[in-house]
Write a protein of this length. Structure first.
Length: 223
């Protein structure tokens, strides 16, 4: 199995922390990134304590984390997203970057996808850092499920979109740490415009049925 040095930008948040936990369990080296290096270090301690002695987990400010990693995952709220990506332009250039960002709004009728000038958060990253090797993935995984003691989330699939073959391959391979099988190549990066707001549908289902729903694609031969 190929292992990576992965920076989780937004790794102190529920989704980022859960992804970091899963990747660390699978033997990847993890750097938690945050605006506060102190918060990043504490999250790293929390994750390492769950994974055990073999864990390779550290914390740093966002720029340091992104600079020192092979792969950078963006798992941050959409509010302030463009400013954050712009601040990391030099660190993200030329690297595999995976966007997990879901641009959502909430009102009295429930969650909904935001209309973005670039079409999606992933495409916004590509505009700001055109030489980043970009993929979109891990949008629909429950943060609670990721942080749970369940060995594998083998009832779910991870959909991966992107225009860069290397970035998609990395994201597809990383999915094995979470579901036990490859992610599904869902197509071009522009399909992030459909994948990101689909999370709003899952949140609505969760609220109505009191569950933590996920995505599973029928008709494929899953390994």
């Amino acid at each position: 199995m190929t292992t990576y040095k992965i920076a989780l930008i937004g790794g102190t948040g529920p989704q980022g922390k859960g992804l970091a936990y899963r990747f660390a369990k699978a033997g990847h080296a993890i750097i938690i990134g945050s605006r506060s290096s102190e918060r990043a270090h504490q999250a790293a301690i929390d994750i390492a304590s769950r994974v055990g002695d073999a864990a390779q987990v550290s914390g740093a400010d966002n720029a340091t984390a992104a600079e020192s990693a092979d792969v950078v995952l963006l798992a941050v709220p959409y509010d302030g997203h463009a400013v954050l990506v712009e601040s990391l332009r030099a660190q993200l250039a030329g690297k595999v970057v995976i966007s997990c960002v879901n641009p959502l709004g909430f009102d009295k009728r429930g969650p909904y996808g935001l209309d973005l000038a670039d079409g999606s958060a992933a495409e916004e990253v590509q505009r700001i850092v055109p030489d980043a090797k970009l993929a979109g993935a891990f949008h629909h995984l429950s943060a609670v499920n990721l942080w749970s003691e369940t060995e594998l989330l083998d009832h779910e699939d991870v959909l991966v979109c992107g225009d860069d073959d290397e970035a998609k391959t990395v994201a597809i391979n990383l999915t094995r740490a979470i579901t036990g099988r490859d992610g599904i190549d869902a197509g071009a990066l522009r399909l992030a415009r459909q994948l990101e707001p689909l999370t709003a549908v899952l949140i609505s289902i969760n609220k109505r049925y009191k569950v933590r729903s996920g995505i599973r694609i029928a008709g494929l031969e899953h390994e």
